[in-house]
Design a protein around this ligand. Structure first.
Ligand code: ADP
Ligand code: TRP
Length: 322
């Protein structure tokens, strides 16, 4: 089955991104034909600095490869390296009702805040539909916030098929139940927008300091506590197996511990969890030619597929001979 997803290169990935999205992509590559891309065209709607965009795009590739995305199993590429996708965006745009896009949340929220939105943000879901349809994608793993866009993609594909004959495969969204909401250092959902993130990579000492600053309550040390209600516990369990999770839960229920010890346990568990990825990332940094070659190879494979699908769509709507 063809599985596809895109990641915007808008900053360094955090624990929420990993457990909420990236881990799932990496899992799916084992059993499916995975296509994963770095959505630099989408990032242009927010990043307006050339060096930042270039650096973030490369960083995203290093992150994914370091975290276990295996180019011998999955196809990894940069969105803009497949121009067929932008060509397809126009084909789809001509049949997309304005009202459908006006209901999409990224545009709607910006407008509600009284901010100026550009045409790129408005038509963002059409580009996303092209991303998905260009590769005959069947399954699209995404976070909850992207489900609406997959619905839009299905609508657009359905009306094209209806008008011009069966051309596109209708994709299904897949959202993650596990790790659906990783808490940040202040206990609310971890997010760049709340400035409460813990990064996957970077200086270990600095990350440890951030962990030690995680906000906790001020109940007396000896009180028993319910682990499920505590965000430190929720973070700890991401990194350890069932036995350690149970042992930690028992500590909470017994009481008589300090949050400092738990933070130390979270720091140690997360450091060992990401140790291999960290090492792979620094190896990759020394070997950027290899990373660029991997992306070039991914783009070649992706273009092969997109070329066929977009060719099919062009013939269907009369741009080329049938
Ligand atoms: P941010 O909220 O930091 O801007 P993004 O919106 O770029 O993160 O999210 C990228 C992916 O990571 C999405 O699929 C999203 O669902 C997932 N994700 C982000 N934060 C979390 C979180 N705290 N818990 C679970 N998943 C998350
Ligand atoms: N819009 C997605 C996000 O912000 C990224 C994305 C772009 C994507 N194109 C896609 C995800 C196609 C899945 C399929 O996270």
């Amino acid at each position: 089955m063809r599985v596809l997803s895109g990641i915007q290169p808008t900053g360094r990935p955090h624990w929420g991104n990993y457990f909420g999205a990236i881990a799932q992509y990496i899992d799916l590559q084992r059993e499916h034909d995975g296509f994963y891309f770095i959505a630099d065209l989408h990032a242009l709607t927010t990043i307006r600095d050339a060096d930042t965009l270039r650096q973030n795009t490369l960083d995203a590739a290093l992150d994914l490869l370091a975290l276990g995305l295996d180019p011998s199993r999955a196809t990894l590429f940069v969105q803009s390296a497949v121009p067929e996708v932008t060509e397809l965006t126009w084909l789809l745009m001509t049949g997309t009702p304005m009202g459908l896009l006006e209901r999409c949340h990224a545009y709607k929220e910006k407008k509600a805040k009284g901010l100026l939105a550009d045409a790129g943000l408005f038509t963002y879901p059409v580009l996303m539909a092209a991303d998905i349809l260009a590769y005959d994608s069947q399954l699209v793993p995404v976070g909850q916030d992207q489900v609406q866009h997959i619905e839009v993609c299905r609508d657009i594909a359905g009306s094209f098929n209806h008008q011009f004959g069966d051309t596109f495969v209708l994709p299904k969204a897949q959202t993650l139940a596990h790790g659906a909401k990783v808490p940040g250092t202040d206990g609310q959902k971890m997010s760049k927008s709340y400035d409460n993130t813990l990064p996957l990579f970077g200086n270990v000492k600095a990350i440890r300091k951030q962990i030690m600053r995680i906000v906790t309550d001020s109940r007396p040390m000896e009180d028993p506590k319910e682990p499920e209600d505590d965000h430190l516990f929720q973070l700890y369990r991401l990194f350890v197996g069932a036995a350690e999770t149970e042992a930690m839960a028992a500590t909470y229920r017994r009481g008589g511990f300090g949050y400092g010890e738990i933070k130390k346990a979270v720091a140690e568990a997360s450091e060992s969890f990401f140790a291999d990825a960290r090492e792979r990332r620094s190896d990759l940094e020394q070997n950027l030619d290899h990373v660029h070659a991997t992306l070039a190879d991914g783009a070649r494979r992706a273009r092969e597929v997109a070329g066929q699908v977009v060719g099919r769509a062009k013939a269907a709507c009369g741009l080329t001979s049938a």
